[in-house]
Design a protein around this ligand. Structure first.
Ligand code: SF4
Length: 300
């Protein structure tokens, strides 16, 4: 965490200085954390942490999404440029120089690692790929395989039959149609077996430094919904929504930042909201601690 960014913590008393539950404290004008969190007077909602929340003292609200749909809240626009800019600013503070967590030393290695990362963790993929690339050091070496030959090497990443087919198929096409070089444009990347926009955006952004779109993986999907940056569920539609509100020069970094945020704090089951610097900008329905209203639609 960068210096100067102090994670918010729940007060031991269960009270947050002068924050009121039951009103939306964020408006398009008031997007800065401190001012916003300090507006108004009242008590703070407590975490929904199993027995602890059940044992909340009388008179204190349990943490639960209010029946509030953000569209109905007067003056609240989750896509207001000021709000989006503030989210980006705080992400820059939290994750100033994050990059792709998949180990690679070429566009081909990154492509393979990204295909293998589907339904798996980056750590798991990083355990497999060093030996894989030692055994098959070039795209031509992969192209000479059958999918069945590759299966034992990638088995531990899950869905290994499909992944083997995709990797060998992509290698054969790259050798046959692209002179052994991974193409550096979206249209040609999308012709490779097993490559959809997410994989193409990873390779274009992280290796070729081309911002053709945003990577929408499970973290970006979840957090974009929680932050109400989209109401869509389809990754392509989420990407289109994000492309409209995130400045193009931020597309590559934003994807990495959100992916890191999803790993570190905004995890799927119990997000660490009390440690999150986006907390008072976030109205997610499944927050575990909140100083602002929670919106029932702000969830995956
Ligand atoms: S406040 Fe909680 S739900 Fe919202 S972005 Fe932070 S960790 Fe995620």
């Amino acid at each position: 965490m960068s210096r100067g960014v102090v994670p918010r913590q729940p007060a031991r008393s269960g009270r947050q200085d002068r924050v009121r539950v039951g009103r939306t404290s964020l408006t398009a004008k008031a997007v800065t954390g401190t001012k916003n969190a300090r507006a108004g007077a009242g008590t703070v909602a407590r975490p929904g942490r199993g027995k602890a929340s059940e044992a909340a003292p009388k008179g204190r609200k349990k943490l639960a999404a209010s029946n509030v749909s953000s569209a109905k809240i007067k003056g609240y626009d989750p896509l207001a440029p000021e709000r989006v800019s503030e989210i980006l600013r705080r992400l820059d503070q939290l994750y100033p120089e994050v990059t792709c967590a998949l180990t690679h030393s070429s566009a081909w290695e990154l492509l393979v690692a990204t295909i293998l990362s589907a339904q798996s963790t980056d750590a798991n993929v990083n355990r497999v790929t060093p030996e894989l690339f030692r055994k098959y050091p070039t795209v031509q070496a992969f192209a000479a395989l059958t999918p069945e030959q590759l299966e034992p090497d990638v088995r531990s990443t899950g869905f290994f039959r499909n992944k083997s087919k995709s990797v060998v198929g992509a290698a054969k096409k790259i050798v046959a149609d692209f002179g052994g070089q991974v193409p550096d444009d979206m249209d040609n990347l999308l012709t490779l077996p097993g490559v959809a926009r997410k994989t193409a955006n990873v390779v274009l952004g992280s290796w070729f430094k081309k911002a053709e779109g945003l990577v929408v993986d499970t973290h970006v999907h979840r957090i974009s919904r929680r932050l109400e940056l989209t109401t869509q569920n389809d990754p392509q539609k989420i990407e289109q929504d994000l492309m409209k509100i995130i400045p193009r020069e931020k597309w590559i970094l934003f994807s990495h930042q959100i992916i890191w945020h999803g790993r570190k704090l905004c995890i799927a089951r119990k997000p660490k909201c009390a440690d999150c610097t986006l907390e008072n900008l976030c109205h997610a329905a499944d927050k575990t601690w909140s100083t602002v209203d929670m919106h029932k639609n702000a969830k995956v």
